[in-house]
Write a new protein. Sequence first.
Length: 85
Amino acid sequence: MPRKANPALMKPMKLSEELEAVVGKGPMPRSQVVKKMWEYIKKHDLQNPENKRNIMADDKLRPIFNGKDEVSMFEMTKLVSGHLS
């Protein structure tokens, strides 16, 4: 039986100004936010070359990452959640 998409992940969410600066104007579903975050990270070559699971913050990502210079991909998802309502 195929898995059904979780409706909570498909619900459009309101984005903070900081997050909109990276992924574009909201509202958009959480899944789309994460996809666009990864597009931004890859486009700007922000993955740590020694550990690809870590993301290095630039000036646009630092406010989303609570001022941290580097976060893991799992921590990123948690921090992004704080910018969704």
